[in-house]
Design a protein around this ligand. Structure first.
Ligand code: HEC
Ligand code: HEC
Length: 212
């Protein structure tokens, strides 16, 4: 009962508890969902679709403040607090834990011009892959299987400079430059509507580089 009450408390005031990483990597699931599939209610993305190298690069980005240093982005600040409380050993353990989950996603529909989105996506495919499966050599994560609300928010964050503007964040800077070319909100919407149609199963998601 005590245990249940504890997790209930974490859910109710996650930002308060975000200061400390718990030795048990289950902590990640409090925000990211019971199968690491994400949770729209608190804007936490799907982690199960992400390969270990990208999880690692983003935890590093949060720890160094590249992501989350901006005052207006409450979501990345929340994740930054979690990342900053983690030791190198904690990070390794959490990544091993997260990559153990099967990919899954709650079905969602986003209205947009998918045909237009497909045309726009040709630019993205060079780095993210034709099926949005990701490309480690480019540092570009899989997008297929990620939530529309999250992809949209990240594109807006790159475009406004909330993400990708920090010095030394060369990967983020690359993406910031791309997002700057997409000035129409409808273009972002159409792109994400198209990505939403891509089959999550086709993604190439190597999960074995970092041992548990
Ligand atoms: C207090 C809630 C909370 C907890 C606990 C939490 N996260 Fe997050 N996480 C978030 C939110 C919210 C975001 C979205 C941040 C943004 O929009 O920039 C996020 C984003 C991320 C991202 C970026 C994903 C991407 O696609 O770029 C990674 C990686 C991540 N979290 C890993 C973890 C890991 C690993 C743990 C466990 C150690 C964890 N998180 C625990 C709330 C949380
Ligand atoms: C030149 C290579 C390149 C191109 C072209 C490119 N991206 Fe990216 N993208 C990246 C890299 C690298 C990252 C990771 C950046 C970081 O670490 O913040 C990224 C990250 C993202 C993210 C954040 C995903 C997450 O999980 O947080 C989204 C969304 C995204 N790209 C969408 C797009 C879309 C849509 C296009 C086409 C309009 C596009 N990208 C074109 C390289 C590219």
């Amino acid at each position: 009962m005590k245990y249940l009450l504890f997790w209930f408390g974490v859910l109710c005031s996650s930002s308060v508890y975000a200061e400390t990483f718990h030795a048990d990597a289950q902590y990640c699931l409090v925000c990211h969902g019971s199968n690491a599939q994400g949770n729209e209610a608190i804007s936490a993305p799907n982690l199960a679709i992400l390969p270990d190298w990208y999880l690692s690069s983003q935890i590093q980005a949060f720890q160094s403040g590249w992501r989350g240093h901006q005052t207006t982005d409450a979501y990345s600040k929340e994740m930054m607090a979690v990342a900053k409380s983690m030791s190198a050993e904690d990070v390794k353990r959490a990544i091993g834990f997260i990559t153990g989950f099967q990919v899954s996603k709650t079905p969602e529909t986003l209205t947009g011009d998918e045909t237009h989105g497909k045309t726009l996506y040709q630019t993205c495919a060079a780095c993210h892959g034709a099926a949005a499966e990701g490309n480690q050599a480019m540092g570009a994560p899989p997008l297929a299987g990620q939530y529309s609300w999250y992809l949209l928010r990240q594109l807006q964050a790159y475009r406004s400079g909330q993400r990708g503007a920090a010095e030394n964040d060369s990967r983020g800077a690359m993406m910031k430059q791309i997002a700057a070319t997409l000035q129409q909100d409808q273009d972002l919407n159409d792109l994400v509507a198209y990505i939403n149609t891509l089959d999550i199963q086709k993604t190439n998601n190597p999960k074995t580089d970092i041992k548990k």
